[in-house]
Design a protein around this ligand. Structure first.
Ligand SMILES: Cc1cc2nc3c(=O)[nH]c(=O)nc-3n(C[C@H](O)[C@H](O)[C@H](O)COP(=O)(O)OP(=O)(O)OC[C@H]3O[C@@H](n4cnc5c(N)ncnc54)[C@H](O)[C@@H]3O)c2cc1C
Length: 122
């Protein structure tokens, strides 16, 4: 009979972005060794995307599950959380202004820095 226990399953993750790398770390913490495939041949932080705000209930929770929350806290920036969407003419479609707070709930981190953190592991 074919053995389908969790430890013997092979898991491939397509894409070494924040999502794929976080999933890989969490699986590793549970004793599962996935293989991550990434199509981009270069690994230059400066070309790996802009600043992401990481929400408490989703991204931060996943980073905690991956065992990287303390290191993450050393790298994030607590900046203003205003949110604005405008078109090329400057017409504003969404303009959310938040109260200035010392430490908000959505700290910012560059996508490349986050990927480096995830690649370095706990
Ligand atoms: C302008 C902008 C602002 C954003 N701001 C935020 C924000 O503030 N907060 C936030 O949480 N999110 C934000 N996002 C969304 C953000 O991009 C995602 O949260 C984050 O990058 C998702 O990570 P991911 O790993 O799922 O996907 P990606 O970061 O898109 O990574 C996917 C990876 O998969 C690789 N890949 C794709 N197809 C294949 C394939 N066939 N084979 C192998 N590799 C493949 C890609 O090269 C890439 O490296 C923003 C997006 C944009 C465009």
């Amino acid at each position: 009979m074919k053995n389908t226990s969790t430890k013997q399953r092979r898991i491939a993750i397509i894409g070494a972005g924040p999502g794929g790398l976080t999933l890989a770390l969490i699986l590793q913490r549970h004793g599962i060794q996935p293989v991550v495939y990434e199509r981009e041949p270069h690994d230059k932080s400066s070309e790996r995307g802009g600043s992401l705000d990481i929400h408490e209930e989703s991204g931060q929770r996943a980073i905690k599950e991956a065992g990287l929350y303390d290191k993450f806290q050393e790298l994030v920036r607590y900046e203003g959380e205003d949110f604005r969407i405008l078109d090329k003419t400057g017409k504003i479609y969404i303009d959310e202004v938040t109260e200035p707070v010392e430490k908000g709930e959505r700290p910012e981190i560059d996508r490349g820095t986050l990927c480096d953190l995830l690649l370095s592991g706990p």
